[in-house]
Ligand binder design. Structure first.
Ligand SMILES: Cc1cc2nc3c(=O)[nH]c(=O)nc-3n(C[C@H](O)[C@H](O)[C@H](O)COP(=O)(O)OP(=O)(O)OC[C@H]3O[C@@H](n4cnc5c(N)ncnc54)[C@H](O)[C@@H]3O)c2cc1C
Length: 266
């Protein structure tokens, strides 16, 4: 009996990779479903640097202008010395564009804004991610894949020609297929937090204790928002208080400054 496919492609994961594939399939008129286990879009800023090559992909997807409008350029970075003095420098050395590299500067766009622009593009093409829908398991044969999903309305089994695992670094699809991920683990643990705070200006990327893993902490104003992104290494095993008060205390401990106050953690 011929297979009865619910769609050509099931895309597992509606992050940057899944949305990219979905936009590309949508504009080619392919049939697909894009599922995401989170109930709502991811809210973190983590991938805030849109590299030149990514900008070329975004131009191709028809979203570069909107991504540019959503964010901005990197400010200068300000490295503070222990005596309170500081030095400003460019984060990236500006170089002229070339035919091979038409976009020559990274943009700063918090990842949640980039993904919002991508979802809007997908909506223009008549599709949207299915949030609250998790891939629980799958099996495959020569013709296609049978996938088991947990949806808001209960479990669902569907048959597709292809399954695309766009489910991130810990990929369930990759683990199930026992595909390796060669590389090395750096043995560094860090926090990334998006916050509102007072006591620091928004015109530079503030960097304290550079090179000292116990004191290093940086605060970057996030273009297109009123938020700052805090980044800093933390001990491999310690409990870290990520509340506004806890982060305020972390600043005081690392910088000696008590006038940097975190008001809310996004
Ligand atoms: C601190 C930090 C800073 C970074 N800075 C940059 C930067 O400056 N520039 C840059 O380009 N990149 C940066 N990155 C990397 C960037 O964030 C990732 O490359 C990007 O998020 C990868 O996208 P993805 O779609 O592959 O995976 P993800 O963004 O992880 O998305 C995968 C999605 O799959 C979903 N999912 C997982 N399992 C299932 C399942 N079983 N069923 C359904 N859905 C599932 C997850 O909920 C998730 O939403 C940074 C990353 C970090 C952590």
């Amino acid at each position: 009996m011929a297979d009865d496919f619910a769609a050509d492609v099931l895309i597992c994961g509606a992050g940057a990779a899944g949305l990219t594939l979905a936009i590309d399939l949508a504009r080619q008129g392919a049939s697909f479903r894009l599922i995401e286990k989170l109930d709502d879009p991811f809210r973190g800023s983590r991938g805030k640097g849109i590299q030149p090559r990514t900008q070329e992909v975004f131009e191709n997807l028809g979203i570069l202008n909107k991504v540019v409008a959503a964010g901005g350029l990197y400010p200068k970075q300000r490295e503070y010395r222990d005596d309170g003095s500081y030095a400003d420098s460019d984060v990236v050395v500006a170089e002229p564009p070339t035919p091979d590299e038409p976009y020559h500067q990274p943009l700063m766009v918090p990842q949640f804004l980039t993904e919002q622009v991508m979802r809007e593009r997908l909506t223009e093409l008549g599709h949207r991610p299915e949030f609250g829908c998790e891939l629980l398991g799958f099996s495959q044969n020569e013709e296609g894949v049978t996938a088991r999903l947990a949806t808001k309305n209960g479990e669902e089994t569907l048959r597709v020609r292809w399954l695309a695992g766009a489910d991130g670094g810990q990929s369930f699809v990759r683990h199930t297929l026992e595909i390796g991920f060669p590389g090395k683990t750096l043995g560094v643990r860090a926090i990334v937090a998006d916050v509102t705070l007072s006591g620091l200006s928004r015109d530079v990327w503030h960097r304290f204790g550079e090179g000292d893993m116990e004191r290093q902490i940086s605060v970057c104003p996030l273009a297109g928002t009123n938020l700052f992104q805090i980044q800093g290494p933390i001990p491999l095993v310690a409990e870290i208080d990520l509340s506004a008060e806890g982060l305020t205390n972390l600043f005081a401990a690392r910088t000696g400054k008590s006038d940097i106050v975190v008001h809310a953690v996004s």
